[in-house]
Design a protein around this ligand. Structure first.
Ligand code: GDP
Ligand code: MN
Length: 397
């Protein structure tokens, strides 16, 4: 689960990390009062969406002006004006995709004088199963671009969980970032703070881009992107309450209510599969035959008819879906249950696109019988590649 920048900063502030003073606003009328509570002489007005690259982004609507989603203002009035222009409008960045995201909240912050912009991130390194620090002198830039063009400018190392964070980790970062004097001590403290927050709150990612050195020589967190391990949210009510459902894909949101593992994608073939590995293989083979999957969906091992029905409804509600592939290998999951779910769902929502069904495993005969006697226009397939070939052919002609 992701949270907004202003929420991440409040969290980091509670741990003692240096962040600017700021106010969040939901309505244009609130902007002037909020900005007036900050000192100035510089205000930063920041669109809050769950995506980076806001500064270099653009708005779809002309009324937002031609600046991006991070704007500097020299007065309270100007700050309020910029907030008003962005609220309710659609910000497109390289991370939002072409549809962009609607801005429902604005964060107005006390502006900082910047001497240097640095990059810092903590993440879970799956290779070492440890928490890694990543830092670079190239802050404010896309880190993927830095990694591609000047990888030598990135330092990355993992922390042994047996020792946890140690001051030498922080010094290593401080020297890599070219910090001097009291900044080194500040860095050692800040890295320890961030590491503690990361572990205690079960974060998956904490990206500070940029971490800055202010014009008075202090380290400060200027941007913060935080993602949490959703499987650990049950033990963090404070974090769970920060969830902003309007930022989530409506189909994914619906799927999460039914405990379905569903991820929306851009392709045209809707997939209903049991088991994450088989779902991955199904997506791969769709691509191999020249089409793109519209989603990842693992209905899970213990799915019942209702869950399958719901999954099918979510797939058909996606207007990009031009065909559906049901690929079930019945182990724990029984083929007849899947078949019943598919038939029930089609009866409820109708079927306007070709449907290929491949069933194999437990109760496969009953499953096929249910589908065959349902009167549905289903294309039967015998194996994985046959299924993929048939659905791609049905969609692409
Ligand atoms: P992002 O574009 O979504 O990553 O948003 P950021 O919060 O990183 O802001 C983008 C850029 O705006 C930063 O890299 C800074 O150059 C600039 N910026 C943000 N806050 C301030 C500030 O307080 N003062 C100044 N001078 N520039 C800022
Ligand atoms: Mn940033």
């Amino acid at each position: 689960m992701n949270i907004h920048e202003y929420q991440a900063k409040a969290l980091l502030r509670s741990y003692g990390a240096p962040v600017s003073d700021g106010r969040v606003v939901f309505k244009a009328e609130e902007a002037k009062t909020a900005a007036g509570e900050l000192d100035g002489p510089l205000w930063v007005v920041k669109a809050q969406i769950h995506a980076g690259g806001r500064g270099k982004g653009h708005f779809k609507e002309a009324g937002a002006g031609d600046k991006g989603g991070v704007r500097l203002a020299k007065s309270v009035e100007e700050a309020a004006e910029e907030a008003k222009k962005m609220l309710g409008r659609t910000l497109v960045t390289h991370q939002t995709g072409p549809t962009g995201k609607q801005v429902g909240r604005i964060y107005i912050e006390d502006g900082s004088g910047i001497e240097r912009e640095l990059y810092l991130a903590l993440l879970v390194d799956r290779q070492t199963s440890r928490i890694s620090f990543v830092c670079s002198t190239e802050g404010g830039m896309d880190i993927e671009e830095v990694a591609a063009k000047t990888p030598e400018k990135i330092l990355s190392f993992s922390v042994d969980p047996a020792t946890g964070y140690q001051p030498f980790h922080g010094r290593r970062i401080a020297f890599a970032l070219g910090l001097e004097g009291k900044q080194i001590k500040q860095c050692v403290g800040l890295m320890g703070t961030l590491y503690r927050a990361f572990v205690e709150k079960d974060m998956e990612m904490l990206e500070i881009n940029p971490l800055i050195i202010t014009d008075s020589g202090e380290l400060k967190v200027l941007d913060a992107k935080v993602g949490f391990d959703s499987n650990a949210l049950y033990r963090h009510n404070d974090i769970a309450s920060l969830r902003d459902e309007s930022e989530e894909d409506s189909k994914e949101l619906e799927a999460s209510k039914y405990d379905l593992n569903y991820i929306a994608l851009d392709g045209e073939i809707g997939c209903m599969v049991n088991g994450a590995g088989l779902a991955m293989a199904t997506m791969d083979i769709i691509k191999l035959y020249g089409a793109e999957p519209a989603n990842f969906l693992d209905v899970g091992g213990g799915a019942n008819k209702d869950k399958v029905t719901e999954a099918f409804k979510i797939i058909t509600s996606d207007s990009n879906v031009k065909g559906i592939l049901v690929n079930i290998f019945g182990g724990i999951m029984r083929c007849d249950v899947i078949a019943e779910g598919v038939v029930a769902a089609v009866k409820e929502v109708g079927l306007e696109v070709p449907l290929v069904v491949r069933l194999e495993g437990t109760n496969v005969e009953q499953g096929k019988e249910i589908i065959n006697s349902s009167g549905l226009n289903v294309i039967a397939a015998d194996n994985l590649s046959d299924a993929a070939e048939k659905i791609v052919k049905a969609v692409k002609g």
